[in-house]
Design a binder for this molecule. Structure first.
Ligand code: FMN
Length: 190
């Protein structure tokens, strides 16, 4: 598949079949992430793959968070509660959850976060090419510390996650801004 085709065909998938993915398939997708560019070639990522009960426990931690954080002003959560809840249910449905951890290093926060974005997009595109559905997940950040603790990885920061599985929906493309609305060209006309 041409890269541009994978870019155009990729969708956030929020309905998954229960079919398992083989370890080879998951590793193939992780490998695409590993090959991403990174600031100073720091490769600040590491992956923990969770399946079954432990995966569902993480989803339950997210649901519990939405139930137990009433004291957080709504303007801060900005409707995030319902999003966290629905993402947690998607995590339960998808057979694989890839947790993407960032090395803790305060000097490299911007570069490392940009690098992780490249890594995760590589994985999403490879998944598309293999006809595997994916959902890039930020909503897990509310329970990041608890998840890191549960997995004995307090040395790392949970940056985001990626659900993987066979898609049980084929959503249309979501709206994008027009190129002319987001681009400015400057040039010297001498
Ligand atoms: C960094 C990042 C975090 C995201 N986090 C979530 C999430 O926690 N839950 C969710 O349902 N979708 C999440 N998404 C998916 C976006 O909502 C989705 O990419 C966007 O609506 C455009 O739709 P598309 O991916 O199908 O093109 C995330 C996407 C990105 C890039």
């Amino acid at each position: 598949m041409e890269t541009i085709e994978a870019i155009k065909q990729r969708r956030s998938i929020r309905k998954f079949k229960s079919d398992e993915l083989s370890r080879e398939t998951v590793e193939d997708i992780l490998n695409a992430g590993r090959l991403a560019p990174s600031a100073k070639n720091r490769q600040p990522w590491s992956f923990v793959i969770v399946k079954g009960n432990i995966k569902d426990k993480i989803a339950d931690m997210m649901i519990d968070y939405t139930l137990t954080h009433d004291e957080v002003p709504q303007r801060i959560l900005l409707g995030a509660k319902s999003s966290v809840n629905s993402t947690a249910h998607i995590i339960k449905q998808a057979p694989i959850l890839v947790l993407i951890f960032r090395e803790k290093n305060d000097n490299w926060i911007i570069g490392d976060n940009l690098s992780i974005g490249a890594c995760v997009e590589n994985m999403c595109l490879r998944a598309t090419e293999l006809d595997i559905g994916s959902l890039w997940i930020r909503d897990i950040v509310y329970v990041a510390e608890d998840v890191a603790k549960m997995l004995n990885h307090q040395d790392l920061e949970l940056n985001c996650a990626l659900s993987l599985g066979i898609a049980d929906e084929s959503p249309s493309s979501r709206p994008r801004k027009n190129l002319q609305d987001i681009v400015e060209w400057y040039q010297d006309d001498e």
